[in-house]
Ligand binder design. Structure first.
Ligand code: BEZ
Ligand code: FE
Length: 278
């Protein structure tokens, strides 16, 4: 094959690859080229559309900073993050499902005493979260680290409002004892829009898609001998459960939030997490 034509475009590009390259890179790139060319041929991509795509990706890169990753947001809103998450976290029946990690986790949150409060700004409806960390046989897991984070009552994470919210607001790490139980006091989270003031927000607008995520509490649970669990619990009956902007909802992760009487606590949410062995 000498020259590039519309018909041989995929082979023309892939034939340039060296013989001694990493085999996985060879697979990824040959298939990427094949799908990319098939897309352009299927939709008869115009020069203007190609330029618009390049401009969009350029703006996506330009808005990225140490605090903002617009490409991940793009992947999230296209359902790619959830697809990759599912492919890489197939678990046996009974194990708690993974969902999207999101950009708002912060390494190094304070280790708190079991039962402590994570909500430090005095806003929102107080909720007691409790349950157990179990193995697939239903035995408690001792020494599990439960790293939790949520937005505040106004729909912002502390890192989105530095100097406005107290540091480590609605965050904490809890370590289970021999009973595998956990308990902490947070707020009933609220639904919130993903960052939508950049190119991804504009794309959602063009597609007549809203940017909201249903209310959720994030969990990163680790324990020796078990697969890392990155998940959320979602507030049942939230308006956005069926239309999460990043496709993170799974039926098994919808948690009940019951109203309770007494003191300052208004809600209680019970949820057991089941870890898969490595
Ligand atoms: C989050 O739940 O924190 C989140 C996930 C994906 C994109 C934006 C936010
Ligand atoms: Fe979130």
């Amino acid at each position: 094959m000498k020259y590039f034509t519309e018909e041989n475009s995929v082979e023309a590009v892939n034939a340039r690859m060296g013989e001694n390259i990493n085999p996985r890179l060879a697979t990824l790139m040959t298939r990427l080229v094949a799908h990319l060319h098939a897309f352009a041929k299927e939709v008869e991509l115009s020069q203007e559309e190609w330029e618009c795509g390049i401009e969009f990706l350029t703006r996506t890169g330009q808005i990225c900073s140490p605090e903002r990753q617009e490409f991940i947001l793009l992947s999230d809103t296209l359902g790619l993050s959830m697809l990759v998450d599912q492919i890489n976290n197939r678990r046996p029946a009974g194990a708690t499902e993974n969902t999207v990690f999101g950009p708002f986790h912060v390494v190094g949150a304070p280790i708190r005493k079991m039962g402590d409060a994570i909500s430090l700004d005095g806003k929102g409806e107080i909720c007691l979260y409790e349950g157990r960390i179990l193995d697939l046989q239903g035995n408690p897991i001792e020494g599990a680290h439960i790293d939790v984070w949520s937005d505040n009552a106004e729909g912002f994470y502390d890192v989105q409002q530095i100097g406005i919210q107290p540091r480590w607001n609605n965050r904490g790490v809890f370590v289970t004892g021999a009973d595998g139980e956990y308990q902490f006091v947070g707020i009933k989270p609220v639904s919130y829009p993903i960052p939508n003031d950049g190119p991804v927000g504009r794309l959602l607008e063009c597609l007549e898609r809203h940017p909201f995520r249903p209310a959720h509490m994030h969990y990163l649970i680790t324990a020796q001998g078990y697969q890392k669990l990155v998940t959320h619990t979602f507030v049942a009956a939230d308006d956005y459960l069926d239309s999460d902007a990043v496709f993170g909802v799974k039926e098994t992760l919808i948690a009940s939030f019951e109203q309770v009487d007494g003191g300052n606590t208004l809600w209680r949410s019970q949820f057991d997490f089941v870890l898969s062995p490595i």
